[in-house]
Design a protein around this ligand. Structure first.
Ligand SMILES: NS(=O)(=O)N[C@@H](Cc1ccccc1)C(=O)O
Ligand SMILES: [Zn+2]
Length: 305
């Protein structure tokens, strides 16, 4: 059975292996990690959030990070697994990680779109959406990054970017939106991990209007990108989604920002198109190492402000 010691952090693990890992890692260190199931997916798989942070009787400010919103973006869940492993293994030795986990909690959702992720392993490697079915339509699933109540507008059910029949129509999105709403007073940052293109995006994607905190969000994004680039020279572009990648309605980062989570970022990890969603396993380690620097930069900024 997979356990923290036998789990591979440099392979794209199946959902079954990730589920076993979640069970074992979440009971490996009661002072630093716990788990909570926030609901099930359409096909009945559990959505489990890992809570990282020094156990405290008082409520601490928190960062929320999700991976695997889009099923085919396999480097994303690989990063969430890497982040959890790094947090637990460097707490006490790495000063940045130690102060982060002493002063804040980090909620990590390793795989958001579990049904879709499992489907890419077993059926169609290029699947993107959820796997929900609606009577009357032969097309399956909605894009979980178009289904949030942020500039939401309807679209074609057979499109890969179908927005769903209404905001939060996808149970996976509703489960996470409910969790963030319940915890919005303590959540200071929302990070959502995607691939590919090497971008650090922030609101808005649903409009060309600049966010109220545009200049600060850009400054932090450029600092995080510079930290990332310092390791292997990987170049990221920072900016609002609408002008940096493309306009898009119903995105999770826009929704979190409009809810009041000021530091709301979408990471588009490696690469820039050579392999795209099929990033080789040999690039998991360098991608995760450099991305750790960007996430730790944002965390350090939160702790200093
Ligand atoms: N990961 S991606 O290639 O699908 N790109 C993202 C870009 C994106 C990011 C944030 C809000 C809306 C859109 C997408 O959802 O299209
Ligand atoms: Zn994506």
């Amino acid at each position: 059975k997979a356990s923290p010691r036998t789990h591979s952090y440099t392979k794209y693990n199946s959902w079954d292996k990730i589920q076993s890992w979640i069970a074992s890692i979440s009971s490996s260190n009661p002072n630093l990690i716990s788990k909570q199931v926030i609901g099930n997916t359409y096909e009945g798989r559990p959505m489990t959030i890992l809570k990282l942070g020094k156990k405290s009787s008082s409520t601490k400010p928190a960062i929320f990070m999700d991976c695997g919103i889009h099923a085919r973006e396999w480097i994303s869940p690989a990063f969430c697994q890497w982040f959890v492993k790094e947090a637990l293994s460097t707490y006490g030795s790495d000063s940045q990680m130690t102060s982060l986990l002493d002063q804040m909690d980090v909620f990590v959702l390793p795989v958001f779109n579990v049904d879709g992720y499992d489907y890419t392993h077993k059926s169609n490697r290029m699947w993107r959406k959820t796997r929900s079915k609606k009577s009357g339509s032969s097309c399956i699933g909605a894009d979980p990054n178009r289904n949030w109540n942020a500039g939401w507008s309807s679209s074609n059910p057979c499109s890969d970017t179908f927005c769903g029949y209404s905001p939060e129509s996808e149970i996976e999105v509703k489960n996470v939106a409910d969790f963030i709403r319940r915890n919005k007073s303590i959540i200071k940052a929302y990070l959502t991990i995607h691939s590919y293109s090497q971008l650090l995006l922030f609101p808005y994607s649903y409009t060309y209007d600049l966010a109220e905190h545009h200049s600060e969000l850009l400054k932090v994004a450029e600092g995080a990108s510079a930290a990332l680039r310092s390791l292997y020279g990987t170049r990221y572009t920072s900016g609002p989604g609408a002008t940096t990648i493309y306009p898009a309605a119903g995105g999770s980062d826009d929704w979190a920002y409009d809810l009041g989570v000021k530091y709301s970022y979408t990471f588009e990890l490696r690469d820039t198109g050579r392999y795209g969603f099929l990033l080789p396993e040999s690039e998991i380690k360098p991608t995760c190492e450099e991305t750790m620097l960007a996430v730790k930069y944002i965390a350090a900024y939160l702790l200093c402000t």
